[in-house]
Write a protein that binds this ligand. Structure first.
Ligand code: SAH
Length: 382
C-alpha cells in the first residue's frame, strides 16, 4: 500500500492535484486548506462540511503529520520556547515573542547549520538535515494551537481577572521570522513553498510584510528568491569590512559584502520592497567601535536599509562577550546621525536560552536530555 500523503505543507496547486487524483472537485482543496490552516483542525472526521465518502478517502490515503512537541518552556518575560522532535534523535526549536502589538514566531528551517558563524550556538552542533515544508509550516500551526489552548485555559481559570499588563500583550502569531535554527536559503526547495503557504489567502494569510526571511548572505539564492517570493528580507551583516566578516560569517569568503549588497538592492527592486533589515550582532571589542559604525553607515547610506543591532547572547563555550549597553547606544547614534534607521533589539527569553543565536536544539531520546553536539555524533562537523 502507498504511504499516506501528508496534506500539511502541500502547496495549494499540489493539494488541488491530489484532490483531483482522488476523483474529487478542486474546491475540496480549498475546503481542506480552510480546515487545516484557518481553523487549525487536523482530524478529518472533524471537517464537518466535507462529504462523508471524501472523509473516508482522506482517512485512507492521507494524514496530517505535525512535528511532536517534546518540551515547552516559558520565560519570566513571557517568551515561549518549544523543542520539537524531527526524528528519533534530532530536535529543533521555535520561539514565540509576545509584544504589545504583535506576536512574533521565530521558526527554524534546518536542524543544525553548515555555515559555522563563529558567534552562533546552532553552528556548534554542525548540520543535521533540512526541515521539510510540513515541518516548517507545522511550527506555525503548532504555535497557533498552543497559544489558543493557553488562552482558553487562562480564560477558564481566571474568568477575566487577568492583570492589566498581561492583557496588553498580543498572544497570537501576527508575524513570522525565519530566524531560528538553520540557514533558510540553504533549504530553498522546502522553504519557498512554506513561505507560499504562510502568505496564501487560504493558508495562514499573513501579509508579506509580516513574514521575514533572514539570511547569512547566500547571494545566488537571494537572486532566486527575488523571482519566487516577496517576503521581507533580513541579512546578517555583522561587520563593515570583508576581513572581519570573513571571520564572523565565513560564507563571506565566497560572497563578499559588495556582492551581497548588490543582491539586496536587486531584491528590493524586484519585489518593490520597502527596505532590507541588516542584523548586526554586538560583540564586545570585535565589531562595536564608533569607527566601525561609521563604516557601516558608509556601506548602506542612500539605500533603503534598516540596521537592527542585536546584543550578543552568550551560550556555553563561546569566547565572545556582549558589548556594554552604552557602546551599543553609541553605535546606534553614529548610524542615526548619518541618516540611517537603526534600532537595538530587546533581548528576550534569556532565562530559557530562547534569545537570538542560542537555539541549539537540545536533543532528546527516550532516556537522556543532552546538548545536541554530544548526542548527534556522526552528524557533527569538526
Ligand atoms: N541563518 C540565518 C538565520 C540565523 S538566526 C542568518 O544567518 O541570518 C538570526 C540572527 O541571529 C542572525 O542575524 C544571526 O547572525 C544572529 N545570531 C546568531 N547567534 C547569535 C548570538 N549568539 N547572539 C545574537 N545574535 C545571534
Amino acid at each position: 500500500m502507498e504511504a499516506p500523503v501528508n496534506l500539511l505543507g502541500l502547496p495549494p496547486r499540489e493539494l488541488e492535484a491530489w484532490v483531483l487524483s482522488m476523483g474529487s472537485q478542486p474546491f475540496r482543496a480549498r475546503q481542506l486548506q480552510h480546515w487545516l490552516y484557518k481553523r487549525g483542525v487536523e482530524r478529518f472526521e472533524d471537517m464537518t462540511d466535507l462529504a462523508r465518502d471524501f472523509r473516508a478517502q482522506l482517512a485512507e490515503h492521507a494524514n496530517v503529520r505535525l512535528p511532536e512537541i517534546v518540551l515547552a518552556r516559558q520565560s519570566a518575560d513571557g517568551t515561549r520556547k518549544w523543542l520539537l522532535r524531527a526524528d528519533a534523535s534530532q530536535a529543533f526549536e521555535m520561539v514565540f515573542i509576545p509584544e504589545a502589538e504583535r506576536g512574533t514566531l521565530c521558526i527554524s528551517s534546518q536542524v543544525g547549520c553548515v555555515l559555522d558563524c563563529s558567534f552562533c550556538a546552532t553552528a556548534q552542533q554542525g548540520f543535521n538535515r533540512n526541515l521539510s515544508t510540513a515541518e516548517i509550516v507545522g511550527q506555525v500551526w503548532l504555535a497557533a494551537r498552543e497559544l489558543e489552548r493557553e488562552q482558553r485555559e487562562r480564560a477558564a481559570a481566571a474568568a477575566g481577572a487577568e492583570s492589566a499588563a498581561a492583557v496588553r500583550e498580543e498572544r497570537q502569531v501576527t508575524n513570522v521570522v525565519l530566524m531560528g535554527m538553520g540557514e533558510p536559503l540553504a533549504n530553498f526547495r522546502n522553504v519557498v513553498p512554506a513561505l507560499g503557504i504562510l502568505l496564501d489567502d487560504f493558508g495562514f494569510d499573513l501579509s508579506r510584510r509580516r513574514v521575514t526571511l533572514s539570511t547569512s548572505g547566500l547571494v545566488p539564492q537571494i537572486y532566486k528568491l527575488a523571482q519566487e517570493s516577496n517576503v521581507a528580507l533580513a541579512v546578517s551583516l555583522h561587520a563593515p569590512d570583508d576581513a572581519l566578516r570573513n571571520e564572523l560569517v565565513p560564507i563571506n569568503r565566497k560572497h563578499p559584502i559588495a556582492e551581497l549588497l548588490q543582491a539586496c538592492w536587486h531584491y528590493l527592486d524586484e519585489q518593490n520592497g520597502r527596505s532590507v533589515t541588516f542584523e548586526y550582532v554586538m560583540l564586545d571589542g570585535v565589531n562595536d567601535s564608533p569607527a566601525q559604525a561609521r563604516a557601516v553607515a558608509r556601506l548602506l547610506k542612500g539605500h533603503p536599509a534598516k540596521v537592527n543591532l542585536i546584543p550578543f547572547n552568550p551560550f556555553p563555550g563561546t569566547h565572545y562577550r556582549r558589548s556594554p549597553a552604552p557602546v551599543i547606544q553609541r553605535f546606534r547614534d553614529e548610524l542615526l546621525q548619518r541618516g540611517l534607521l537603526a534600532t537595538i533589539r530587546r533581548t528576550r527569553g534569556e532565562d530559557i536560552a530562547a534569545a537570538c543565536g542560542q537555539l541549539a536544539g537540545r536533543v532528546i531520546d527516550r532516556t537522556t536530555v543532552r546538548l545536541g553536539s554530544k548526542v548527534i555524533g556522526v552528524a557533527v562537523q569538526p
